[in-house]
Design a protein around this ligand. Structure first.
Ligand code: UT7
Length: 347
């Protein structure tokens, strides 16, 4: 049976390190609160003009392509996951196609926030398994620092997020001991507004029962002064509500992947959870009774990089020699939507 394998992996994080202490010059916060509630010590911020979501994705992609032992022109499809695209449209996929001088291949953008990369991997996996494509570039990248409320009003969101990118090249394999065993995708739109960026958008106050949206006037549908005054151009998050759902759905979707393959938590060599909050990852570890060497976290250094967090953590764990050939690796993510997902693979 044809399976997909990760043939090459790469990551890119900007050089600019922002410590918790650095954030105190913009908002009323402190290192102790941030570390205690999230585990984050520092994050990276992209260069204001020189680095974009797409360019960071390109840097990660170049490494993944080289490690896969192919050249850029061998790529036959792109799947790009982000919530912070360079443009509202077109998506980042075409910018990668242009920057890497790829053939006129298909480029698909995925909008699934924190679970974006796992969704993207699942989509790419289907194309490989059907034999349609042979070298798919899957990217997760975010430039959060451009869209956060750095006043005290936005501190519960702003301190969490960081910038960066991760990428993999997926290829087909006939090896029964290697590749993606299964992927599992879920959503529940009931709480769509509790972790969301409302504008720019076409909602025109339609979903007003969930949030106090500013009225959209003719000619101002996407963005009005009133929307900006109400801070509705920034991400909104009801943190505790997201936390409560995350600690249920993370273990559930990991167990779903294991059960689909007749496996147990003890079979996992490495769990790569989306880096939302160290406390969430530790809770999941405890629930699944996993040892410290079975879970990889790096939110301490990079913050929450949403669609980039899983490939960055996977890449770093692999670069540190914590993932070896034949290892059972589980990727799991939960976030805005809500959407959540897992992927189980043999490295
Ligand atoms: O990846 C996307 C998915 N997102 C998540 O999974 C995030 C899930 N949620 C969380 O990680 C946590 O809810 C947060 C880290 C966002 C917040 O932690 P919390 O323990 O839930 O705190 P809280 O929101 O209940 O706020 C507690 C207090 C509040 O003050 P009062 O009302 O008790 O006086 C906040 O105003 O902490 C205050 N606060 C801060 N204080 C210092 C909120 N943000 C900050 C801050 N610095 N940055």
């Amino acid at each position: 049976m044809l399976r997909s394998k990760i043939a090459g992996i790469g990551m890119y994080v900007p050089k600019n390190v922002i410590t918790n202490q650095d954030l105190t010059q913009y908002m009323d916060t402190n290192d102790e609160w941030i570390q205690e509630r999230t585990g984050i010590k520092e994050r990276r911020y992209a260069d204001r003009t020189g680095e974009t979501t797409a360019t960071m994705g390109v840097e990660a992609a170049k490494i993944a392509i080289e490690r896969a032992g192919i050249i850029a022109q061998d790529i036959d499809f792109i799947v790009f996951a982000t919530l912070s695209p360079d443009y509202y449209f077109p998506g980042c996929g075409v910018l990668v196609q242009r920057a890497l001088k790829l053939k006129e291949i298909g480029a698909l953008d995925i909008r699934n926030q924190c679970s974006g990369f796992v969704y993207a991997l699942s989509v790419a996996d289907q194309f490989i398994k059907t034999g349609m494509y042979k070298n798919i570039l899957v990217i997760g990248s975010e430039k959060h620092s451009f869209g956060l409320d750095f006043s005290t009003r936005g501190r519960n969101v702003a301190v969490i997020f960081g910038d960066g990118a991760g990428a993999v090249v997926l290829q087909p394999t006939q090896d029964p001991n290697q590749g993606i065993l299964s992927t599992h995708l879920h959503s529940d739109g009931e709480s769509a507004e509790i972790l969301a960026m409302y504008n720019p958008g076409t909602h025109a106050n339609h979903w007003g029962q969930y949030a106090d949206f500013a009225e959209a006037k003719i000619g101002e549908q996407f963005m009005s002064h009133e929307m900006i005054d109400k801070a509705q151009n920034f991400p909104f998050m009801d943190g505790p509500a997201v936390f409560k759902k995350a600690v249920v759905k993370f273990p559930e979707v990991v167990m779903e992947a294991l059960q689909a393959n007749g496996l147990q938590p003890s079979d996992i060599n490495m769990l790569i959870p989306h880096q939302a909050n160290l406390r969430i990852a530790q809770f999941v570890q405890q629930q699944l009774k996993l040892g410290d060497d079975q879970v990889y976290n790096n939110i301490q250094q990079y913050g929450n990089t949403t669609a980039a967090s899983v490939p960055i953590a996977l890449c770093e764990a692999w670069e540190k020699g914590k993932i070896r050939q034949g290892d059972l690796v589980c990727l799991a993510a939960f976030g805005s939507g809500f959407t959540w997902a897992s992927a189980l693979l043999k490295w």
